[in-house]
Design a protein around this ligand. Sequence first.
Ligand code: ASP
Length: 320
Amino acid sequence: MVLGTGGTIAGTAQSASDNIGYTAAQVGVAQLLDGVPGLPAVLQGHDLCTEQVAQVDSKDMRFDIWLALAQRVVHHLAQAEVSAVVITHGTDTLEETAYFLHAVLPQDLISAKPVVLTCAMRPASALNPDGPQNLMDAVTVALTPGSHGVVAVCAGTVHGGLDVQKAHTYKVDAFTSGDAGPLAYVEEAQVRLLRKWPLAQVNKGHVAIKDILKDEVWPRVEIVMNYAGCDGQVVLAMLQPRDSVAPLRGLVVAGTGNGTLHHDLERALRQAVQSGVKVVRSTRCANGRVLPVADSEFAHSEDLSPVKARIALMLGLMSR
Ligand code: ASP
């Protein structure tokens, strides 16, 4: 089952030589698959079905789409005749959707079948689009015996949903798994596995999809960053109640280095904690994790990037 959500993989530009001046999310997922000539060989007799769950540029990803997507993935994976789900997605927030699905999909479903996100850095109309190969690689991963868990496939590399991160603004090989390293490579319709397929998340921030349904408004959790001259005023401004804006429930701070904070920002964050806001210390470094400091009054994100720590915190606040 291939679920479409939009992105550059479904984007079109006026000119085939234009890889950046395009409009994302224009081509339907069924049409995208029609443009992949090698697919029948990879499918080896499996049927391919499609469903358009959304059609957005993933920079505009929304919670209602996440919820609909998670529900459709659960629906399809629960069918005995469905072997796997592939999701076409924009690259900009792919890592967030991957982590969200990793955190909320039922353990029994994703420990038996794979959910494979894929994308493209060049629009479908490009002279040399990367989407068709990525789609073929994603289907290869989806049908590889033993594959399971939430993974992402781009430029011949398979990343775990927990680790995947967009690391380049332009190159077709735009993703990294950071310190963890990639899960596998796809080479000529063969998967070369380097690590074990990811296990479902069972503890951190886990919340079932049915609990999300109960929460009409998702808890507001924002991200702030530490930098030279950071005075914490943005945090203090966020603590002020505003009509028709949901109150701040959580803050992830992308600290410097091992989650270190300018003392003025730290003071503002302490004030946030006193106002009932949950603060999670993360890092703006692309690699490494925040090691817990013994006397810190803030929670820490461990190995999650700021955007993933925000999702974990939102889910954690929902499950209380
Ligand atoms: N803005 C696009 C998106 O995330 C970028 C891409 O897909 O590469 O939908």
